[in-house]
Design a protein around this ligand. Sequence first.
Ligand SMILES: Nc1ncnc2c1ncn2[C@@H]1O[C@H](COP(=O)(O)OP(=O)(O)OP(=O)(O)O)[C@@H](O)[C@H]1O
Length: 679
Amino acid sequence: MWTGTLGGRHAEGGGLSSTEIDNEQQYVATLYDQLDALRAQAADRLAVAVEPDVKAFWQGESARLAAVEDGLCFGRLDLVDGRRAYIGRLGLFRDEDDEPLLVDWRAPAARPYYVATAAEPGGVRRRRRITTRGRTVVALDDELLDGDAGDPGDLVGEAALLAELGAERTGRMHDIVTTLQAEQDRVVRDDHPGVLVVQGGPGTGKTAVALHRLACLLYTRTQLRGRGVLVVGPSTIFLDYIGQVLPGLGENSVVTTTIAGMRPDAVITRAGTTETVTPEQVAAAVRARVRRRELEVEFEEQRLVVDPGAAITAARAAGLPHNAARLVFQRHVLDALARELADRMERVVLTESGEALDGGSTDGTLGAADLRALEAAGVIIDPDQPQAPRTVLDEADKASLRDALLADPGVTDALDEVWPHLRAEDVAAEVLGWPDGWSEADVPVLDEAAAVLGDGGFPTYGHVVVDEAQELSPMAWRMLMRRCPTRSMTIVGDLAQTSTTAGTTSWADVLGPHVEDRWRLAQLTVNYRTPTEVMAAAAKLFAAHHPGLTPARSVRSTGHQPWRLEGPLPSSIVAAVAEHTTGRLAVITPRAHHATLVAALGVAAEPDLTAPVVVLTPAQAKGLEFDVVLIADPARILTENPLGHNDLYVAMTRATQRLGIVHPGPVPDVLADVRQRES
Ligand SMILES: Nc1ncnc2c1ncn2[C@@H]1O[C@H](COP(=O)(O)OP(=O)(O)OP(=O)(O)O)[C@@H](O)[C@H]1O
């Protein structure tokens, strides 16, 4: 239990009597009773539910109620007007009078818990943190916000926060509802309806904040649940890492995917992360498949020739995607063909000069070929007078004629030669130069082709969260925007961590084409993950490549100085790994050494974040964190990729406690100041 005074606020953690704990225990017990009653009710309803959507509702409700077991109630606010509110993971109400027993952390009434400071108490007299183990209250920490103003930049609940941040990592991210900071809370509760960009340095909580914002949006915009929400992350490892956060907040309906996963039809068999194709090239490739050439068809012994120019123009003018515009094209050509046929038939019967035209008989009646054509078209010929003159084909007849033409394989072949039905995979393969299988970078090209063709079929979402968004190429942005027609998005990224050349250097540049200037930027400035010692080791690297930018401020130090060592690979890394027996450790290596290190350390090539040791490339390490990080061959990380300096920065800032660097050759200049270790 923390006692003392921080930043000018008074704490009375140690002074709280056991009676006080008993009182809180009693209250918390009533909350769990209430929760148990709700769970029983949900189970009963689920047992009798028949309709699939009713069943799904009660299943969701049961999962939501199960998720809030740990830390159901974590705080209490005492207001200056004498009122009191308990804050927790969901809202609970007293049966008799609907009085709130527990306020959902997302409700407006809970907000002061996160933002009240001694300088701006906002009506709060006391903020109490309630720590529970299981259903038992084990500690209470109070802050009195009595107007004795401290530094307005203070952390809220500093002791609890630092305890959280210093804890050993588990390989899985967890929610931060109990220690959310004011700067983060502002973003979490931001109800901007359009695109909100959350920019901040490493470890500022961007990922955590985006996920908590999503939980808030699902709470405040009830219709969002039905429209679906999507979270896009940089890798499946990352999706596993964050996979517990939303379910832990009682939100189970969120779809998570990587960019590549957005098209399950594309099986990734090839490496390659940088696109070489533009949307204009895809559009041009599709356009080029429409070939203006004379269209010649044989139909019931008649040879018809049509210039498709007017039909192509009409189809293009319709402004539809290629495969839909094809139907417009076909209709125009079929009209022309049917008109031509009808003209010929009518000319036969109307000619009384005795001249036979196009197989008609000299007496002006329909010829055998005319009759076959009309029958094929479904035109009903009076059975009593099969040879009777037909001088007029009405509109229904002409429509039937068009259908008959369209059913004729010879006619459709001729139509397809001019305006073929195209498949997205063929168009994408063509513009990509017929690669041997798909790479991740090909997926947005495939999606672009599908969009130009009008082959939709993909789901859309009411809100989309994009993490590590600085990596996305313009084509990937286009794919995302297609999934989110309302443009309600939370976009998370750090321009200083971009590692792909196709990635983002300016939010305005990537968002402008889709939302113009209707997006908002929120900045996070405090680094909760990386200790000051590690940030100091990365300072020269950061300054060299991002002059003028201020790195995020670390909130804690560990006393562990990062080190570097000149030594061979893999043996020096193997030796350094052996020194660490507790916590999670990641070796971050250039791709070139990945296989060697995996073999030398005897770990799985497919990283398992819950294992004590993992070997990752910088790209795989994006968004993750580890108690200990060892970097193998920083010089190679710097040169393996055009934006290698950002990769090295990402690698260094993954450490929550300790950082070691092994360089087989001379140390890169930007790391020269890191303390050299003996061996
Ligand atoms: N208010 C908070 N309370 C407790 N832990 C926090 C808080 N804010 C952030 N953290 C922790 O700090 C770490 C970094 O958070 P997160 O991964 O969201 O940062 P990020 O900005 O996305 O980082 P990066 O860009 O480097 O991937 C996580 O362990 C997260 O749980």
